[in-house]
Design a protein around this ligand. Sequence first.
Ligand code: ARG
Length: 591
Amino acid sequence: MASVTSLAASVNQRVADALSAALPEARDVDPLLRRSDRADFQANGMLALAKKLKGNPRELATQVVAGIPTGDSGAVIKEIEVSGPGFLNITVADEAIITTLAARAADDRLGVPYADGAGTTVIDYAQPNVAKEMHVGHLRSAVIGAAMVEILEFTGEKVIRRHHIGDWGTQFGMLIQYLIEHPHELDHKGGEVSGEEAMSNLNRLYKASRALFDSDEEFKERARRRVVDLQAGDEETLALWRRFVDESKIYFYSVFNKLDMDIHDPDVVGESGYNAMLEETCRLLEESGVAVRSEGALCVFFDDVKGPDGNPVPLIVKKTNGGYGYAATDLSAIRDRVQNLSADTLLYVVDARQSLHFKMVFETARRAGWLDDKTHAVQLAFGTVLGKDGKPFKTREGETVRLVDLLDEAIDRATAVVREKGEPIGLTEEEITGNGAQVGIGAVKYADLSTSASRDYKFDLDQMVSLNGDTSVYLQYAYARIRSIFRKAGDVAPVAHPELPLAPAERALGLHLDQFGETVAEAAASYEPHKLAAYLYGLASLFTTFYDQCPVLKAESGPDQIANRLFLCDLTARTLHQGMALLGIRTPERL
Ligand code: ARG
């Protein structure tokens, strides 16, 4: 494994060196290199620097240019010139492009380095609630979280997954009491129970017990006493509670499986997993004075958190009735993740509507000393999924849309698209349904990952499975097209030929391929998978242009050019495949 320095990084280094040679004060100044349309790169850093030093930016830029070796043989930079008020326009050598890409191709990781100072991140994602349907909000957390896991692991971070499922709370009193009084409600028809059957059992039981709870005062009282038994750890009650959790897990796993997502049982540590810590968490907060008693409850106050009436709204860690809520659990989870799992970053992939909760929880943990400069917590807050009408996604009857139904529909639509394209090229029925699932699930994930997480997005299946535009299907087709080129190429092998001059479309594709590592690093550092999605879309688009403009197997100047173009095809396919894998999306071989 060898990491490869990108051309952008080498060029940046050369400009920075020349800059500090020309001007000793410029030693740590960033030349501000970026891709440009006029040349390959443009550096703007001279402008602000000269202004600051009251010098002439063009003069400074000219001096920098004089200090940079250029030329055709062996130099990375082929041409560099001063332009406008003092920019540098930089063109790299064709040879340097192919040589750098060949080094990437020789490496399993495409030359992508591990991040400096990688640490341990505990990521909290894919956290549905027991005895409740999963909805699109759970989809977002699962999809974004899974992508972040892959991206972070790829940069060398140790990642510990935590699925903080909602498996505790007073509603279990009602559910358990109902099950005691209607003992066969969770029985299975026999054989292995499907996720769908498990959920429909739970749904039925939830509705029935809720109805009884709302209409029958005596049942309500029995349900309340059951909560007390549950909290006291009564064995019979706990055993029934576990049945609910297990039944729900069957359902969760079936949905995650449909989503083509690996969720491992030991990583499912729900709210109940922190019960044993709650009392101590509250004691520590009270002893240190971080939390105070207010109207019988244990509360933490914040200067900047006030209700509409101007009165402070506290974070309640222990209620007046002695019960613990969502906040006490999250604070205990922080202690566990920092102290027992040795996390230095806690990442929470949770709906933006919970941002105030996390802001208060994180601030409380800082005051208590559980979080500090070395250990920090971040919420990767995501926006709401909207229907086509731009309103929160609901069925026509105003109910939450079941996630499974959506996924099934996405798979159906995608299968139709795959069938239409695939039948003429002789795909088997098995390939059509297999690819249909990969395309449908990919479409749903990509739609989520290609917009910035903080924004709301419209769930529009027509758009998601469209072959044109920024969709996963478009990227999957680009990949499959390359695979088909290789099937046609037969024995002709991809070989890099750095000595060949490159066409503009080859250079553009090559320079973009070289940016993969930087893109992954950025997406990892800022927790923004959409940057990777945008990069991959750019890659597929540049490949399409290359494919239109540069014949591969019929390349005009003969076998070396054919081999070199195959080499570009191969690296494109590998980069697409790796990038899509980081987003949790498959790339079928034939489409
Ligand atoms: N189960 C919660 C929900 O469905 C999400 C849990 C988020 N994680 C946490 N540590 N609070 O909204």
